[in-house]
Design a protein around this ligand. Sequence first.
Ligand SMILES: NC(=O)c1ccc[n+]([C@@H]2O[C@H](COP(=O)([O-])OP(=O)(O)OC[C@H]3O[C@@H](n4cnc5c(N)ncnc54)[C@H](O)[C@@H]3O)[C@@H](O)[C@H]2O)c1
Length: 266
Amino acid sequence: MGALDGQVVVFTGAGAGIGRSVVTRYVAEGARVVAVDISDTVEDLAGELGTAVVPIVADVATWEGNLGAAQAALDRFGRIDVFVGNAGITDNAQPLEDIRGADLPAAFGELFGVNVLAPMLGVRACLESLIETRGSVILTGSFASTNAAGGGSLYTASKHAVHGLIRQLAYELAPDVRVNGVAPGVAPTRLRATASLGQVTTDSVLDGTERALPTQHIASVSAYDGVFTMLASRTESVAMTGTLVTVDSGLSIRGIAKPGGRVSRA
Ligand SMILES: NC(=O)c1ccc[n+]([C@@H]2O[C@H](COP(=O)([O-])OP(=O)(O)OC[C@H]3O[C@@H](n4cnc5c(N)ncnc54)[C@H](O)[C@@H]3O)[C@@H](O)[C@H]2O)c1
């Protein structure tokens, strides 16, 4: 018996990275998943995971994209138990000082469109079904949801907004729908950069980052599967709502002289 037997999930940002790994785990745990991504790499999931997955290529920064995903879940599986808003883009940690003022409005619209507006649209599109099933919402935050220097001003502000959204929606939707989040630190992916700033997409993990982490190790993308599964479970997290679970390799408790007490000095 799987932890998510019988549950239907609408999952954004499912084509790569953390999302793709969690979707694979969700299916192994018995869930059926509408897997949404702007990239057509999401379509391979049907071949890999079979009829438990319905891939949808859509831009989740649009209402139509989210409505289409919710409708696909209802048409194919007849219900929605969980909405996971995981799609995100980065600002490549570009300082505000290095962004031309005239470029900011478009960059803000692009980045906040994916990181903040999209999860709002996704929850709204799935809301009636989530209330009906007394389901739950999981949003992907970040180390940058509660700390500086996990990105630039745009990314950090957007991920702080995700934290606010988790808390506000947990209040608004109680007692019918639980709302929680996961805050990764550094994951080995290639988060898409902000195109309107002319940024080029690069690896999310910079050379040498592992030496800055108390754990001294870059965990693989599958390191987040268990927490996402627990938050979606109807038995393992019933007392959790409004919570952002930190999964950051210790980044938020790292030391000044050395990252961790038992890390040997170089
Ligand atoms: N990689 C890290 O170090 C890290 C750290 C903290 C938080 N996060 C967060 O984790 C989440 C997943 O990112 P990841 O690291 O797995 O990166 P990723 O790029 O591998 O996955 C993100 C997915 O979102 C999709 N996406 C982007 N814009 C979209 C849109 N408009 N519509 C639909 N899909 C869209 C991308 O195509 C991609 O498949 C993001 O919210 C990110 O901010 C990542």
